[in-house]
Ligand binder design. Structure first.
Ligand SMILES: NC(=O)c1ccc[n+]([C@@H]2O[C@H](COP(=O)([O-])OP(=O)(O)OC[C@H]3O[C@@H](n4cnc5c(N)ncnc54)[C@H](O)[C@@H]3O)[C@@H](O)[C@H]2O)c1
Ligand SMILES: O=c1ccn([C@@H]2O[C@H](COP(=O)(O)OP(=O)(O)O[C@H]3O[C@H](CO)[C@@H](O)[C@H](O)[C@H]3O)[C@@H](O)[C@H]2O)c(=O)[nH]1
Length: 439
């Protein structure tokens, strides 16, 4: 199948590479000339494990191409997939201007029947508007299909090649058959549904996962007060198959380019039809509060933070990516600077992106996790990179001015930190000794 993808960001690039890998001819279009020139030279603008290797293979066999020439790419395609961004507006609503502009360009380029599939995350009802936008610009016949994307950054290739399910929202047999054929090699769990439901499945899935995270974070906060251990609680809850163990990891809350934006957008979608989505509003509020737990623990450990040297381990919103969009690290570091702390940063891949958002004379970046904590009064672990989880805690204790770890991702166990002589503040875990005493 000849596929043209408009928008070569995380989703467009990973999808393009994977569709090529299963034998399709793929052209990825972007209006960012610098990005396309990099990609043509075989360089990738993002950090995503396994992506470069798969991209090289498919470029070398001539199945994967990059261009800024949308018109030619649309005219030669059996299927056009739109994967441009839908960032949040200040109201929380999704900004659909990139989608609107992209489909206008597609409509103007059409020279016959075309299936246009929307992969961008768009509010319920958008694809009906997309049809209207296209119809005003072309006389050629077309179908619009919704194919929401569920990949996670950091494991995007695996998620795309082995998806739990494919959702196809369509109102035309011809179009849904084309999309079904494309995805058949990837999954035997393909659900055909109407367009509105497909759009809602995407938001509802992200909102549900975000709810699980905020739920376990509140349980963690209660655990701290009643002498329980949230890691034990999550393990015990997850053994119930109706609950499941995933997305029950307590910490500093969710970040990234999707959960924060999509939860707020769903609150708006509900609000637009006069429905007050109380539960989801609380999920967002709990998530926002959760990151301040790190600052509270630092104050508990050090008293004032003015003039203190604080190290930050991990800046990306999760391990496996260089993405810092809506990462808790941004707000936590900004708050620490406001409180007068001197910041030492370490992240294996996200440092440059972070400093682009938040450069400051009181911030110094390091290329080594141990160097970053040397001489520091405390370190806050914000992203559970493997290299940080496996650090030699004894060495950490030796080089720090005071060996204090605030563990925002609960990666260390009490025995190891105790042996290393570290003063340890995890999230939602009371010390085993305290638990024994409280029984
Ligand atoms: N990032 C993820 O993990 C993820 C996962 C699932 C769904 N989504 C959704 O997918 C969509 C894309 O997300 P992303 O993270 O890939 O965004 P992104 O910002 O990384 O990439 C979007 C790309 O589209 C390009 N673009 C914008 N307008 C264009 C136009 N008119 N013509 C050609 N190119 C254009 C931009 O230059 C950019 O390269 C969003 O709606 C997002 O919510 C993202
Ligand atoms: O138990 C957990 C699981 C995740 N997180 C945090 O939640 C955020 C999101 O993590 P994850 O879902 O793994 O990454 P994303 O790449 O944002 O993927 C989500 O958002 C994408 C964009 O919509 C969807 O496609 C994916 O299905 C959905 O998982 C990160 O900050 C994690 O640290 C937790 O705090 N606890």
């Amino acid at each position: 199948m000849k596929i043209t993808i408009i928008g070569t960001g995380y989703v467009g690039l990973v999808s393009g590479v994977c569709y090529a890998e299963i034998g399709n001819q793929v052209t990825c279009v972007d209006n960012d000339k610098k990005k396309i020139s990099m990609l043509r030279d075989g360089e990738i603008p993002i950090y995503e494990p396994g992506l470069k290797e798969l991209m090289d293979i498919n470029m070398n066999v001539g199945r994967l191409h990059f261009t800024t020439e949308l018109l030619e790419a649309v005219r030669t395609a059996d299927l056009v997939i739109v994967a441009v961004g839908t960032p949040p507006l200040s109201t929380g609503e999704a900004d659909l201007s990139f989608v609107e502009s992209a489909v206008h360009q597609v409509a103007l380029a059409m020279n016959g029947y075309l299936v246009i599939a929307i992969k961008s995350t768009v509010p319920v009802g958008t694809n009906v508007r997309v049809k209207q936008w296209i119809a005003t610009k072309t006389k050629h016949p077309f179908d619009v299909v919704s194919i929401p994307e569920f990949m996670r950054e950091g494991s995007a290739i695996f998620d795309t090649m082995h998806p739990d399910r494919i959702i196809i929202g369509a109102d035309s047999k011809r179009a849904s058959t084309l999309l079904f054929e494309l995805h058949r090699p990837l999954s035997d769990q393909i659900m055909l549904t109407d367009i509105h439901s497909a759009e809602m499945i995407k938001y509802a899935s992200n909102a549900f996962l975000a709810t699980k995270i905020s739920f376990i974070n509140e349980i963690a906060n209660i655990c701290e007060k009643v002498g329980a251990d949230v890691e034990e609680v999550a393990l015990g809850m997850g053994l119930d198959r109706r609950i499941g163990s995933s997305f029950l990891k307590a910490g500093i809350g969710y970040g990234g380019s999707c959960f924060p934006k999509d939860t707020k957008a769903l609150i708006q979608i509900a609000g637009n039809v006069e429905y007050d989505f109380k539960l989801l509003k609380s999920v967002v509020e709990v998530n926002q509060m959760q990151r301040w737990g790190i600052i509270e623990k630092l104050k508990q450990a050090l008293g004032t933070l003015k003039g203190r040297k604080i190290a930050i381990w991990g800046l990306a919103f999760k391990p496996g990516t260089d993405d810092v969009r809506e990462a808790p690290s941004l707000e936590i570091v900004a708050k620490l600077l406001e409180l007068g702390a001197k910041i030492r940063l370490y992240d294996p891949v996200a440092m440059d992106n972070f400093l682009r958002y938040l450069g400051h004379p009181d911030i110094i970046g390091f290329e080594d996790a141990l160097e970053a904590v040397t001489g520091c009064d405390a370190v806050c672990l914000l992203t559970e990179w493997e290299v940080i989880c496996e650090i030699n805690l004894k060495q950490v204790a030796e080089v720090m001015a005071s060996p204090i770890i605030i563990d925002g991702r609960n990666v260390f166990d009490y025995e190891s930190v105790k042996k290393a002589g570290i003063i340890y503040f995890p999230i939602g875990r009371s010390k085993p000794m305290d638990r024994i005493q409280s029984t």
